[in-house]
Write a protein that binds this ligand. Sequence first.
Ligand SMILES: Cc1cc2nc3c(=O)[nH]c(=O)nc-3n(C[C@H](O)[C@H](O)[C@H](O)COP(=O)(O)O)c2cc1C
Length: 315
Amino acid sequence: MKKIIAFTGSTNPDSIHEKLVQSIIKEFDNQAFDFIDLKSFDIPIYSQKIEAEGIPQAVKKLYQRFISADGFLIASPEHNGLPTALFKNTIDWLSRIDQRVFGEKPVLLLSTSPGSTGGKTQLQILENLIPRWGGHLIGLYSLGNFLENFDEENLTLKNPSEKIKLGKAIEALINDAPFNKKNNAMVVQEYFTAFQNGDVEGVINSFHSDCYIVSVKEEERPKEQLHGIYRTRKEAKQFVKNIHNLFNTKDFAIERIIAVEDNLVIANGTFSHEVKATGKLFNSTWVQYCTIVGEKIKEYRFYEDSAAFVEAFKH
Ligand SMILES: Cc1cc2nc3c(=O)[nH]c(=O)nc-3n(C[C@H](O)[C@H](O)[C@H](O)COP(=O)(O)O)c2cc1C
């Protein structure tokens, strides 16, 4: 029998997140869930001074519960666009025992709010952090307009379509099967779609915040030179800018996108760029290697016909 630890990041004694979690426990096999009331652990705000005196017993006790789990159901309220202080503090303390807090186990993130957004902003932040904390993200579920969608008296979701969505998410958690994750080839396809639509923000957002981009040559480059290495999403912006500064793209065709192994996606095709400086066409085949981490392009390598590139720039 699987044991899934369920907790909220709320300090509210009348927490709507706790109600949502309790409704899940009631609806599903309640033997599978072990509800932890984080606030009852009374863990102090992290401080090096306290840690120097020894990690508090309450943190050690919580850690023991965590390592006994097969998965985690986390319902985190959003405070000012972020997860709550209680949630963050708990992660901070646990990470002092083991940085991979969730021990390579599945994690489902939920959030709700009385407003329409349902705490989505912080879910998007947590989405990128859960893998860093050793969690295998199963998916995200957010419920907006809690008061309209939830029957507090009977602890149940009133909205039938939300009930189905949440049910699928919980089953995916129990079966350790991601339900709303993009596959790696889709991540690359979305990158190309953004590029082809001139959606610069979409292109930049396809990259991991800590990405490594090699445009033809794996060497350092002056800022405005196209070929060379770019690091981080900030420089990815420069990469896109450099392409737009040099070329008017006449055609960009994708022949195939193949997910090769665990996180590698290879694509190839052809393009025809008009060089702005000379008016000549730069026609080339291309091949692209991407490694995907957390549904983002972490490493990106793009190769094209560099001899044709030089030719097209000659006046
Ligand atoms: C300090 C504070 C900041 C908040 N910030 C946000 C926010 O950024 N976005 C949001 O959707 N709701 C925000 N809320 C409303 C919370 O979503 C709402 O209080 C929460 O869902 C209640 O959950 P709980 O009863 O489980 O604690 C905020 C509430 C507080 C008290």
